[in-house]
Design a protein around this ligand. Structure first.
Ligand code: CP
Length: 305
């Protein structure tokens, strides 16, 4: 297996199955045994050109808890981008100050472009509707944690599969495993054709539905996502769809005992808060796992673990 040291992770496809499992194994160890001095003297550049709570704060906490320091911004409008500096120039400069960069940007392909501007590792915290590979690593970690395995599971990806970058990365990562996928979305928000083609080529069984009720009783993981209003070209279309997809507690009466509901969060209307206290809710644990997985990934690309 090639070392992750010095490498950018822009797409989940930048990692082989072996490399993914290696990061998850390191995250397992860091969850049990914290390493408060592992990254002493190292600096993370936290460059968020788009809003974030979990991704930014878990990256920054991950670095701090490993003994490293963090510089950065939570809004591109407070940087010289506001004066017209290109993202390429900004990332080239920031890469001269820090050891590793975590970034989020509204444009698809921005993280790849940033990784070409600097020789420091760039970790993509989400680029438009394209990819969210660090979310996928924590999602795989969480699936394995709550089910004890990934192979053999029925996994539903639900909600906005068109614009939801977490579902794109996760579906691609699951081509490494022996799973059955179930895509549940309004017709206009179904999984893009290029991902379906990749799944077919990889021999992954998948099925398409337009109602949650058609699949909720048949799966082990129900991975629900928010309708991504900010990416709709037509806000009227968003208003029409946004309240249609909603998982309610009453819909859990006949589900499998081991069903876990995951969600990358934030939630808006699609996930009933009454579900939080059921044995099926696992989204808060999922968000917490982001800390350990991002610790493992930062330490890996810095060649320290
Ligand atoms: N899951 C996720 O990406 O959340 P944030 O947008 O809060 O970072």
């Amino acid at each position: 297996m090639a070392s992750l040291a010095g490498r950018s992770i822009v797409s989940i496809k930048d990692l082989s199955k072996e490399e993914i499992l290696s990061v998850l194994g390191k995250a397992d160890r860091l969850k049990i045994n914290p390493e408060p001095r592992l990254l002493e003297g190292m600096v993370l550049g936290s460059c968020f050109f788009e809003p974030s709570t979990r991704t930014r704060l878990s990256f920054e906490t991950a670095m701090s808890k490993l003994g490293g320091k963090v510089v950065g911004f939570a809004d591109g409008a407070v940087t010289s981008a506001k004066k017209g500096e290109t993202m390429w120039d900004s990332m080239r400069i920031i890469g001269q100050y820090v050891d590793v960069i975590a970034m989020r940007h509204p444009l698809e392909g921005a993280a790849r472009r940033a990784s070409e501007a600097t020789n420091k590792p760039v970790l993509n915290g989400g680029d438009g509707a394209n990819q969210h590979p660090t979310q996928t690593l924590l999602d795989l970690f969480t699936i394995r944690e709550c089910q004890g395995r990934i192979d053999g599971l029925d996994i539903a990806l639900v909600g906005d599969l068109k614009y939801g970058r977490t579902t794109h990365s996760l579906a691609q990562a699951l081509t490494h495993f022996n799973v059955r996928l179930h895509f549940v979305a309004p017709d206009s928000l179904q999984m893009p054709d290029y991902i379906c083609e990749e799944l077919k080529n990889a021999g992954v069984e998948f099925h398409i539905y337009d109602k949650m009720e058609d699949v909720i009783n048949e799966v082990d993981i129900f991975y629900l996502t928010r309708i991504q209003g900010e990416r709709f070209p037509d806000q009227m279309e968003y208003e029409r769809i946004k309240n249609v997809f909603r998982l309610k507690k009453e819909m859990l009466s006949d589900v499998r005992n081991n069903l876990k509901i995951m969600h990358p969060l934030p939630r808006v209307n699609e996930l009933d808060e009454k579900i939080d206290d059921t044995s099926h809710a696992y989204y808060f644990e999922e968000a917490q796992n982001g800390l350990f997985v991002r610790q493992a990934l930062i330490a890996s690309v810095l060649g320290k673990i």
